[in-house]
Every structure is written in C-alpha cells, then in structure tokens.
Design a protein around this ligand. Structure first.
Ligand code: DOR
Ligand code: ZN
Ligand code: ZN
Length: 413
C-alpha cells in the first residue's frame, strides 16, 4: 500500500514508558487490547507496561503470564516492567526472560504484595540495584515516598480536616514526599552505580534537585506526564477525582516549571502514566478514597502537537522527548549491528493543521473519562504504522491484536 503523506509530518512512532494496561487481573479497568488501541489512536507505537497487576509482575513466572497475554492482545509494541521488591534472586532471570526495566515504588500504599514479598529497605535495595546495574538496566522510580503520604493522610483525617479541602492535602507537600524519594534514589544510585529514571516528576524543586545531581554526575533522567503540566491545584475544585493522581498534581508554579523543563529538555522524557479506573472508583467516592490515575496515552502526542502550533515547543523536541530520549534511556536505540524499532517502520503521520475537540466518546480506553474532554486542539495523528503495518488510519483502528511484539534493551533487532 502506498501512503500519501503530502502536507503532513512523518514522525518516529511515540514511545510511552509508563502505562498501566491492567492485564492480567484488573481488566474491568482496561486490558492490553483496549489500552494498545488507545496507544495506536494516539500515535504511540511502543508502550512500557507497569507491574501493578494481579498477579504482580515480580517473578519470572508472573512475567510469563503477562507476556502471553500481551502477545495475544497488543496492537502496538510493548515492554514489560518488573517490580523491584525483595526479588534479588529473580533479577537475572527476569532480564533473560525479557523485561524492559524495573519499577521501584519505594514504599507501600494501598496495594498488597503476595505472601513473602515486601518493599526492600535501603540495605536490601542496594544489592538489587547492583544486580540491575551489572546489566546496565534502569530502575524507574515513583517520585514520591508513599509511606509518608499515607501517614500524613491519616493524620489529616484524625484532625478532622474536610476531605474536600484539597489544598490541605499532603499531596501538595512535594517538599517532603518527593524530595525524600529523590534523595533516597540518589543514595542508592551512588552506592550501586545503577542508572535511575524518575517517573512522573511533580515539582519545581524536584526538578532543580535532579539537575543538581546530574551536574554532579549522578546517572539520573526523568519524565513528566501531561496531567502534571496541564493542570494544577486550582483545578481540583472543577475536576475532583478526575484529576486525582499519585504523585499529586501540585501548584501552578510547579506545573509551569515542569512544562518549561519538558520543552527545554531538562526533563528528558514525556510519559503519561496512563492509569484507567472504573467510573465508580473515580467518581462515586470521597476524595480520600478515590483511586488515583487518569488515562492519557491517546492524548499525549496531540497535546504536544497543539503546543507546537502555539509556538511553545519545537516539533524536533517533541520527537526527542517522545521517541529518541525514551529509546536511548531504555536501550531501544540502535547499537552496532542492530536496527532500532523505528527502522522497521514504527511511524506516526500527523496532520498539523487539523483542528478538533477531544471527547470522552473518542477514547478507546475502557474508562472513557478523560480530563481533556472539551479541549480544542490543533494537530492530530492521522496514521500509526507499527513494523510496517498500518494499525490506525483517521482515528480508526485497522490493525490486529497480537501484531505488536515485545521490546527490551538486550534484544537484537
Ligand atoms: O495515579 C497513579 N495511578 N499513580 C500510580 O503510581 C499508580 C497508578 C495506578 O496504577 O492506578
Ligand atoms: Zn507511579
Ligand atoms: Zn503509574
């Protein structure tokens, strides 16, 4: 088939290194097929899927369960993360089996690990970081100490604070919860030599700290998602649970700094933290009990294209933060004798002139709710090509489940 891309831009396919497609076990929220259709519709050709599913991806055995499902269902290429827990004995096996990286949540929140598993303290984590560093893999770190969040939330409840008083919420205290997580990560990187990637950065001060440590030579990179630079604390009143995410969206000064950081390259990567929940889990609960997360994989590239049209970021930088940087950091870039994913035609064709309005109905996710509903954007992906096959054309999914294949840093292309 000959594609006429006249008047359009042909870009490398987007790589989103932080999505939750909920397979296996939580498929009432999303599954690998609906999630990857949303990715294809958004011009994303590779996703890295997070391990907080049932059973959680923390062993070779559980990794294989998820891999089989992704193989059958995914429309786009995918990497599969493993958890970093007390699983030192699984690290080599997981890398052999093909994980794309390791996710460290630092501390517990309200999910449970299977019997015998727990989040390691620094002593134990150091050994695991060393084991991962041996392979030159990256540890991706949740930019927040959730134990501190949990304790502070309990404290607020005991004080009888109004649960609608969003501003009083601990989640507007990045000075404690984010900086604690960052310092802890830098210590472990220093003693192990392991590369670390801070995901969903939320604050101005957090970004400054990362730059400080980069200057000192710490091998750290970071990403931010559209929710954290689009919205800020003033928007809680309007959106309620719709923009409740963890780590929380902070103040306007933070979202502005995050946007500046992304546009300039100080924050290397854009990643969405696409995290669907049922409407019941998002909207029928008090603020405290609303499950955190919002969808985003279908709207991230359009949001950036719109900002290109507004002159706020260059198209080259969009390609950099959505394809080149994630590929480099996570080892999908060409090495000697290897071909990169884009080289077998992972492409997205975008129409920079197209004006359109985001709607819930257009979302391929099982959870249709998107806080971007009603956003008027200029610029849209009109075709997504994965390994030479068209998977999305004019917003319609025309690919097949099972077309995508697994990617990771060690495979030969
Ligand atoms: O908002 C979030 N939702 N943040 C996370 O770290 C987890 C995610 C989820 O799995 O729902
Ligand atoms: Zn996270
Ligand atoms: Zn996440």
């Amino acid at each position: 088939k000959i594609v006429d891309a006249g008047g359009k831009y042909v870009l490398p396919g987007g790589v989103d290194v932080h999505v939750h497609f909920r397979d296996p076990g939580l498929t009432y929220k999303e599954d690998f097929s609906t999630g990857s259709m949303a990715a294809a519709a958004g011009g994303i050709t590779t996703v890295f899927d997070m391990p907080n599913v049932q059973p959680p991806t923390l062993s070779v055995e559980n990794f294989q369960i998820k891999k089989k499902i992704a193989e059958e269902k995914s429309y786009v290429n995918y990497g599969i993360y493993a958890y970093l827990v007390n699983n030192l004995d699984q690290i080599d096996g997981l890398i052999d089996a093909g994980v794309c990286g390791f996710k460290w949540d630092l501390s517990t929140f309200d999910w449970e690990l299977p019997e015998g598993y727990y989040l390691p303290d620094n002593n134990e984590a150091a050994d695991i970081f060393r084991a991962i560093a041996k392979h030159d893999y990256v540890v991706t770190v949740h930019a927040e100490d959730m134990e501190l969040v949990k304790n502070y939330t309990e404290h607020l409840k005991e004080e009888g604070r109004d649960e609608k008083d969003f501003y009083s919420h601990v989640e507007a205290r990045p000075d404690i919860v984010e900086l604690s997580a960052l310092y802890r990560t830098f210590v472990l990187s220093e003693v192990s030599g392991c590369r670390v990637h801070i995901t969903h950065l939320t604050s101005k001060r957090g970004l400054e700290l990362i730059k400080e440590f980069q200057r000192k030579g710490t091998p750290v990179t970071s990403d931010v998602g559209p929710a954290w630079f689009t919205f800020s604390a003033e928007d809680y009143e309007k959106f309620g649970g719709g923009i409740r995410v963890i780590p929380a969206i902070r103040y306007r000064k933070d979202s502005d700094a995050l946007w500046k950081g992304l546009a300039s390259g100080d924050i290397e990567v854009l990643a969405t933290d696409h995290a669907p929940h049922s409407n019941d889990e998002k909207f029928n609960r008090t603020w405290w009990d609303t499950l955190p997360g919002t969808i985003g994989v279908q709207t991230s590239l359009p949001i950036l294209l719109d900002r290109v049209n507004k002159g706020e970021i260059t198209i080259n930088r969009v390609v950099d933060c959505m394809a080149a940087q994630p590929s480099k950091i996570f080892g999908l870039y060409p090495r000697k004798g290897c071909i990169q994913p884009g080289a077998d035609a992972d492409l997205t064709i975008v129409d920079m002139e197209k004006e359109w309005t985001v709607t819930h109905e257009e979302m391929y996710s099982k959870t249709k709710y998107t806080p971007y509903d009603g956003f008027q954007l200029k610029g849209k992906p009109v075709m997504t090509i994965v390994m030479g096959s068209i998977v999305m054309e004019d917003g319609k999914i025309v690919g097949k489940p099972g077309h995508g294949r697994m990617v990771n840093p060690k495979q030969e292309w």
